[in-house]
Design a protein around this ligand. Structure first.
Ligand code: PMT
Length: 400
């Protein structure tokens, strides 16, 4: 499963080699990839969307202006979702449109909107391939960092012999594996990680909590696993699937999270505290549902401090390499540096949670990372991309 959890957007343009695309989807899935298919108008003359939907397990996207598709995974979301865009077959016409920077249908638009690597598997008649216009377009695309996989040479569907055959599906899968291979930066490292919110009970039906969705922490768990770490995730209540290969311990309250962490921290090399742990909990948990009282318009709750989990890890005589998070709304750097020092952390990742579209319960985030004598900025990106950058940064400092 060399493509486990990898998200490949397969673009299909119009050419006779499109008949091989269904096989390509199946072979990519054999390696564990999640595949979404986007077809151009002319591709549908060669193979049906229904076939690609059946083999990929997802509806095929083919229109830029489809309100129903936009209400699901919209085109910008799709562009951000992909780890790799592979266009196979890539026709001479499609490559000409890409070289001109056109956004005239969904696939060409995605190529402009994606932060992911784009790879093309050219397929066309040998004379078309050798034509000066096609060669100039290929040169332009290569100079912009687009990968060109193939073509092969040999006998063609039209009877000609020469360069222009699409690479075999298995050869394309191999290129994808090589392209998406993750450096095992954390191989042999045991990571303990917290994620999500905590819930502090008031009575059997009510609690105090916050807006953490767990997305940031789960993305880190997945990125660390991809980088070869042995990952245990202590998770507050969230609605997310456990990343593949990660051990998950579910907890509700800060005290339970504290207990789960302290009983495992001795066995870990690296600790990351991404959970939004409630600083306080109700002093008393009512055994029955608290009733509204007729004559009181106000209610006062007594709260007591929760254990500071990461500070407890930082205070250990033999502590793991410890990375905290700081969720701040003002003076982000100053508060983050204060937490780095006070909680005896090796590194802290600060997010400005006053900004719309990032931080709590958002799909994207941006981080300012600080350590003794240094800092790095990880700009706004989807949480998985950001997590991969953060994991690379942590691995670098952990190893040095
Ligand atoms: O879950 P998402 O919706 O994806 O949102 C991600 C996030 C915004 C929750 C995440 O990026 C984040 O910032 N997590 C830390 C939130 C937080 O509680 O920050 P803090 O500044 O209050 O705490 C500082 C550090 O101390 C954190 O590492 C926290 O885990 C830890 N802490 C805090 C209190 C406590 N009692 N015990 C702790 O261990």
């Amino acid at each position: 499963m060399r493509l486990a959890d990898k998200r490949i957007l397969l673009g299909i343009s119009g050419g006779i080699a499109a008949y091989k695309s269904a096989e390509l989807v199946r072979r990519l899935k054999d390696q564990g990839a999640e595949v979404r298919v986007v077809m151009t108008r002319s591709a549908k003359e060669f193979i049906t969307p229904l076939t690609l939907q059946a083999v990929s397990g997802h509806p095929v996207a083919d229109s830029l202006l489809d309100p129903a598709a936009e209400a699901g995974m919209g085109h910008i979301e799709l562009a951000k979702w992909a780890d790799l865009i592979l266009i196979a077959p890539a026709s001479a016409n499609l490559m000409a449109r890409m070289a001109a920077g056109m956004a005239d249908e969904l696939l060409t638009t995605l190529c402009l909107a994606t932060p992911a690597q784009v790879a093309l598997a050219p397929a066309m008649n040998q004379q078309m391939y050798l034509n000066a216009a096609t060669q100039a377009n290929l040169k332009t695309l290569a100079s912009r960092g687009i990968l060109l996989w193939g073509p092969d040479s040999g006998s063609q569907a039209c009877g000609d012999v020469g360069p222009g055959r699409m690479l075999d599906p298995l050869a394309l899968v191999e290129r994808c594996c090589q392209q998406l291979a993750v450096e095992p930066l954390l191989a042999g490292v045991t990571l303990l990680l917290t994620a999500g919110p905590t819930r502090e009970a008031l009575d059997p039906v009510r609690y105090i909590s916050n807006h953490s969705s767990g997305k940031m922490g789960y993305a880190i768990a997945r990125a660390a696993r991809e980088a070869g770490a042995d990952v245990t995730l202590v998770s507050g209540p969230v609605a997310l699937a456990t990343p593949q290969g990660v051990e998950r311990i579910d907890v509700e309250s800060a005290q339970q999270m504290h207990q789960a962490v302290m009983s495992r921290v001795g066995a870990c090399d690296l600790f990351i505290g991404c959970a939004a742990v409630a600083d306080y909990r109700p002093a008393q948990v009512a055994p029955q549902k608290i009733k509204k009282s007729g004559d009181n318009d106000q209610m006062t709750l007594a709260l007591v401090k929760n254990p500071d989990i990461i500070a407890a890890v930082g205070a250990l005589a033999e502590k793991p390499f410890t990375v905290g998070f700081a969720a701040e709304t003002v003076d982000v750097e100053q508060y983050a540096l204060d937490k780095l020092r006070r909680k005896r952390l090796d590194m802290i990742a600060a997010n400005d949670v006053s900004q719309a579209g990032q931080g709590f319960n958002a799909d994207d985030n941006a981080l300012a990372v600080f350590w003794q004598g240094g800092q790095a900025t990880l700009p706004l990106a989807d949480k998985l991309t950001l997590a991969r950058h953060l994991v690379a940064l942590i691995a670098h400092h952990y190893r040095s």
